[in-house]
Write a protein that binds this ligand. Structure first.
Ligand code: GRG
Length: 299
């Protein structure tokens, strides 16, 4: 029986991420896991059911929609295997005759690889939905694409990968990498939250970009304030012990720039974010107050 493995792998591999950037380890682990083999049964079933029932032009196949969903399905399948092989589950060291993802990359990275594959599946599919009809992308489709991208390897998961790896190596972070971690690990979900609000309200691309900038400032200020509270906060108000960054020898914004400069940075990020907010249409007073409350918080 011809399982068309070569044809399917050619399609799926075209959707895999390039192994570059501060989060490259997880990207290489994702590619290792997907390329480790397997029957490719699920994308084969999808493709052949599509071909069987196709009545009319091959739109989904030719514009990449079907192919994107085939790749997404194999990513989800691969994620389930990567997580199932983890020490906390089956603790298997070999799959398809090759070392499992956690055997090669370690447990933390294998957990993140599974997370990344699951998320990238939805990112790949929602991106393809937007690209299938670029002139008439609905706000709902656009919001879904932002949600999945900002949560994933080019957002929160990417930031966490760089952070976990640096902490494990006891690395003193260079400025760019620290910014990448803050922007993605903390900022990405804050950006997505505000951007999705804007998209669903029917805002245009320029407004969405301004909202993204406000949220990026808020995310960065929020994280720097978190670093400050870890040193100067009150344990009872915070509800957690202070000093954990120092204990874990974490390279934070305060470690790099000092306490006074960190407080100045929180202030300037907040002020310029508020300036952009005030330039946007509508009543920004609640969001201005919320932004100030969040960055100057004590817990
Ligand atoms: C960790 C969320 C999570 C779920 C785990 C899929 C799964 C659930 C565990 C994997 C172990 C297993 C035997 C699941 C049953 C489904 C199954 C038979 C998977 C193997 O699929 P194949 O044969 O694998 O298509 P290949 O290697 O050919 O891709």
């Amino acid at each position: 029986m011809d399982l068309k493995t070569g044809e399917i792998e050619k399609i799926i591999y075209g959707f895999l991420p390039k192994e570059e950037g501060y989060q490259s380890t997880v990207l290489s682990a994702m590619n290792y896991s997907v390329k480790a083999g397997g029957k490719r049964l699920r994308p084969l079933l999808m493709m052949e059911t599509y071909r069987m029932l196709l009545d009319g032009p091959d739109d989904a196949g030719s514009n990449g929609l079907l192919h994107a969903f085939m790749a997404a399905m194999e990513m989800i399948h691969t994620y389930s295997l990567v997580h199932d092989d983890l020490p906390a589950m089956d603790n298997d060291m070999l799959r398809r005759g090759k070392p499992t993802t956690h055997a090669v990359y370690g447990e933390a990275m294998a957990i993140l690889t599974g997370d990344a594959l699951l998320n990238f599946a939805f990112e790949t599919a929602s991106k393809a939905v937007c690209e299938a009809a670029p002139d008439k992308v609905s706000p709902a489709a656009k919001a879904l694409a932002v949600l999945s991208r900002k949560a994933g390897i080019y957002g929160m998961i990417g930031g966490q990968v760089a952070d976990v790896e640096a902490e494990k190596k006891g690395e003193s972070l260079e400025k760019d990498k620290l910014h990448f971690i803050y922007e993605n690990k903390t900022g990405a979900l804050i950006e997505a939250s505000m951007m999705i609000g804007a998209i669903l309200a029917g805002a245009g691309d320029d407004t969405i970009s301004m909202v993204e900038k406000v949220a990026s400032n808020l995310g960065l200020a929020f994280q720097i304030q978190d670093d400050i509270l870890d040193i100067e906060g009150d344990e009872a108000t915070l509800g957690k012990p202070i000093g954990s960054d120092e204990k874990n020898e974490k390279s934070t914004y305060v470690v790099h720039h000092g306490m006074a400069a960190s407080k100045d940075k929180v202030k300037s990020l907040t002020e310029s974010g508020i300036e952009i907010l005030k330039a946007l249409p509508g009543d920004s007073s609640y969001l201005v107050e919320l932004m100030e409350y969040l960055v100057y918080r004590e817990n």
